[in-house]
Each structure stands twice: as C-alpha cells, then as structure tokens.
Design a protein around this ligand. Structure first.
Ligand code: RI2
Length: 310
C-alpha cells in the first residue's frame, strides 16, 4: 500500500496531473496492488483493492476519468473467483486501460487535426494532452498552425503547454488569462480538454474555460473540446452533479501576508453545451447534444451503479 499512498499523494498535490494522466496512474496503482498483494484469499484481495480504490478516488473529485478508470479495472470482481484469476484480471485490465487511453489521445489528435486548417491560430487553456494532440498533429501534417496559450493561473499549467508546443516546433504565444477576450479577434479556433463531460454535453474543465467559451461565442470563434470517452460522466445520467474541486488558497496567494482575507480557489468551471461547437473523442466528433448516446454506448456496464460495490 505504500506505493499506492505515494501515487495518491502525487495525484492530490498535482505532482501528477491532467485528467488522462491521473486516470492512468490510478490504473497503474491498482496493478501494483494486484502484483504485490499478500492476500491469502479472494475476499482479502478484494478488500485490498477496494481500499486502494477508495484512497485513489478521494484524491481529486472532479475528473471523472479517475473513477471511470478505477471502475474499468475493478468492475465485477467476485470473491467466489479464484485469487490468481482476480490478480490477473486486475493487472490485465489496468494494462488495457493505460494502453487504450494513450491510443485515444493519439486518435483524438488524428481526428481533430482534420478540423484545423492551414493558417489557423488556435487558442488553448491549461495543459490538456488531448487538446495539444490535435494542435501538434495538425502542425506535423504540415499545416501552418500558430498557438496561443493562457497562463492558467493559479498553477500555471499553460507553461507546460507552451513548452510542449515549442518542443513540437509550433509557433506559440503566451497571454495572461485575463487577456483572452482582447486577443479573441486574432483567434480562429479554441481547443481545450475536459475533466468531465455531463450527459447534457456541459463540459467541466480548468477554471477559466467557461469565460473563454463565452468570449469565443461572442466573437463567433469555434470552440472545440478534445476528450477521451472516459471523460464522460456516466452518473450525470441519473442526475448526479459533478463536484467542483476547491483547492488550497495558498495556490493563489500567500494568505499569511493578508490577514483576514478570504480566498476562493475553484479549480474547474462548467461550460454550458450552447458554447461548445464540437467534442472530439477517439470514437469520432460529436455535438455536445450527443453526449448521452456516447455514455450509453461506452458505459453500458456502469450506468446503474458498480457491480463491484467499490
Ligand atoms: P488531459 C487538467 O486538469 C486540465 O483541466 C485539463 O484541461 C484536463 O485535465 C484534461 O487534460 P488538472 O489536473 O487529460 O490540471 O487532456 O487540474 O491531459
């Protein structure tokens, strides 16, 4: 469990971050439990896996990728099953999730790149591997793409995007978050990632995303979301709300220097479907209104609660 606790702490403190990355790390953590478990029987094994799952789930509440990855790995484990079978099942499923998640990011790049034209100036926010995959793939195809990245306060994930884009050779400009509306007239398309997508097509992503969507809408700039299908939140179909993580005020300001100051630090916001033109998934491009169909197709096994009880 020590390794799992370390992974959970890395996710919580955002040493490891990004909705896709934390999902893959959670799957990897469960594979480690399965490999190293000293359980003497299946019941003990399931208990260990459940404990690890709960710990991983408690780290970050908003990105549904995390719980979808865990559910994918632990679904339907039964104590009547042979211990060695359970062990192999968890390991294989974790491996399968990690592999297909990485393939999905690549595929989103290929599919999304078709929507970028030669000469496009593309704005992105925060640091989404899915969104960057689209921009970088189009650029590598020979299209003259230029990128704008927001700083993405308070954690400055925009710096990571800037580095990735520059490393790929994409001409990149950084702006502060509050410059988005001013710059929007120079932008052709906005592409962001997602931490969760609700059944009505609303997109939960890094704080500031909805303001960018609003500015894009006003300027008639296309607003794309790049998201693997495991970013769709199945339980929103039965009315569950997506919890918005509020993080430590210290990420925003050194509060010791401002006695009495209240600070709010919501890490995500919700962009209504009306402001989203397309969602680029590894299965194809959909309008936000098709989120429901994607969920039905992808989460047939999950819709009415987890059979594993975790
Ligand atoms: P990929 C990140 O969350 C950002 O909000 C980003 O847009 C989203 O995950 C998706 O990223 P955080 O971990 O999965 O920085 O596309 O809070 O990489």
């Amino acid at each position: 469990m020590r390794e799992v606790r370390k992974i959970a702490s890395d996710i919580k403190t955002m040493r490891v971050r990004g909705a896709g990355k934390i999902a893959r790390e959670a799957a990897r953590a469960l594979a480690i439990v399965a490999e190293r478990s000293k359980a003497r029987n299946s019941e003990e094994f399931i208990r260990e896996i459940s404990e690890a799952s709960r710990l991983l789930l408690s780290t970050r509440p908003t990105a549904v990728s995390l719980s979808n990855a865990i559910q994918f790995v632990v679904r339907g484990l039964k104590k009547e099953e042979d211990l060695s079978v359970l062990r192999t099942t968890v390991r294989n499923r974790a491996e399968e999730f990690i592999k297909s998640s990485l393939e999905a990011v690549k595929r989103i790049g290929e599919i999304g790149a078709k929507r970028l034209r030669d000469g496009d100036v593309v704005l992105t926010h925060c640091n989404s591997q899915a969104a960057l995959s689209v921009i970088i793939t189009a650029f590598k195809q020979g299209k003259k793409i230029e990128a704008f990245v927001t700083e993405s306060r308070p954690r400055l994930q925009g710096w990571l995007s800037a580095r990735q884009l520059l490393a790929a050779g994409v001409p990149t400009t950084m702006i502060v978050d509050s410059a988005v509306r001013f710059i929007m007239k120079e932008i052709d398309k906005v592409i962001v990632g997602a931490d969760s997508i609700a059944s009505n097509g609303a997109v939960v992503n890094k704080i500031g995303t909805s303001q960018i969507a609003l500015a894009a809408h006003e300027a008639r700039v296309l607003f794309f979301v790049a998201a693997e299908t495991y970013k769709f939140h199945p339980r929103t179909l039965i009315g569950e709300l997506i919890e918005i993580e509020e993080r430590d005020p210290e990420e925003v300001i050194d509060i010791k220097k401002f006695p009495g100051l209240k600070v709010r630090n919501p890490a995500f916001d919700i962009t209504p479907p009306e402001y989203v033109d397309l969602i680029i998934t590894e299965r194809g491009i959909i309008p936000p209104s098709a989120a429901y169909s994607v969920m039905k197709e992808v989460f047939g096994w999950e819709l009415f609660g987890s059979s594993s009880g975790i």
